[in-house]
Design a protein around this ligand. Sequence first.
Ligand code: LFR
Length: 523
Amino acid sequence: AQPVHVAAVDLGASSGRVIVGTLEDGRVHLTETRRFLNGPVPLPTADGQRLYWDVLHLWSEVREGLLAAAHEVGPLCAVGIDTWAVDYGLLDHRGALTGQVSSYRCPRTRGAPERLFQTIPADELYAVNGLQVQDFNTVFQLVAQARDGGLPDARTLLLLPDLLAYWLTGQKVAEVTNASTTGLVDVSSRTWSAPLLDRLRTSLGLDLAGVLPALVEPGTVVGTIDREVLDVLGPGGSPVPVIAVGSHDTASAVVAVPASTSPGSGRTVDSAGAREGDPGGFAYVSCGTWSLVGLELDAPVLSEASRQANFTNELGVDATVRYLKNIMGLWVLNEAVRTWRAQGLETSYQDLDAAAAAAAPLRTVVDVNDTVFFAPGDMVARIAAAARATGQPVPRSVGEYVRCIDDSLALAYRRAVREATALSGTSVDVVHMVGGGTRSRLLCQLCADATGLPVVAGPAEGTALGNIVVAARGAGLVQGDLSDLRNLVRASSTLTRYEPAAAASSAWEEAEQRLLGRQAPTA
Ligand code: LFR
């Protein structure tokens, strides 16, 4: 068969990329045609600092990347778009943006959950949407927006991937995996929750019913790229379809977990270890700006214990549920690197990894999920403060800081895997790490040591691959269920297996107790 090309637009909060997947001989070969930095842009207002996304810049980069894809690699058979979750643009009656697109890290949402819970109690919300409480969930952003003047001119709310798809095709949809992070979707029925929308209208004066587009499942053809907008063509001069994929980046990343387990089947086979017939399932760590740690299930866990532990149920591709916890992730490291570079330190991530590997293990650990690490800023100073506040030694070198971050992340992975299995009544015997974080050999090894489980690391471009295989299936280029898509991912990836160090267990238990015993005061 002739090779066919599918482009993934994959935007993360720290960087974005356009990657072409070329399908040939049962494998996907990736070609990156554009990579660019991204980050929240601060602007002062009378109410203090606000953080926005530079969506026009993102849009220009996406256009350039797709043009390069079509012109340098070949005619595109499909395009899929994924970004981080929860953030949205509002369109007026002409389809023009009514204002800036806020970043989920914008402090405008502080206190918004508590305000909403006065009218819709947290447990009632969780029973419907199954979502962890994070200030940034779309529903809480809307609470903040209602306080700041509401949605006067807004006729349509589009989450970011849907907004980009709209600009390319003129079609407005709400892809369901990402929509599930709004807090407005009934996680059990995969539909907008009419009762929740009703209560938001009566309690906050937010009339969202007509503003939210129809939900579509991954695989749906959204529309074709308007050539006036972007001059690209498919094979034989055909129009290029935009396919709804797991448009939440984490949904696409989990599609690319190279395990051959269907949800609930409890058997794993991974190519790096090829241990067939293991009794347990798999956990995953999707490792980018955030680390998303959890399980793939076929039904949500909506128990009170799960809510108390702040575990989330997000909707996945092919009727799956991602049961997981957000861990602050490489954000902490990226921000620390930003600080060091501003101070003139020239360093690569590889050098940092080597320096951290040479530093003493578990000397200082911090609670990476403490809210002090959420806002952009000087993470080095914040880590030092957290070390002092918990009576631990302050790191003395760049290597020790990176080691502290990696140890602390691994410690958080350990806790999340244990909680996820306990709360869902499942067991796992392997952890799959996907995403850019797998480029750190140290972090992968620490994850194995901390969880006491083998780690299979890769693919590093998991999100783009997960996006591409779902777009390819939507366009009719490949067939099959999730495990067939994962076979394709596995055939296309280099995986590395890390075995847990046998002696490590007690040291991690000690570190865990150290943190539990001496919680730092939160900001
Ligand atoms: C990861 C991610 C997480 C989501 C966070 C904010 O990139 O999409 O899944 O909780 O970003 O949108």
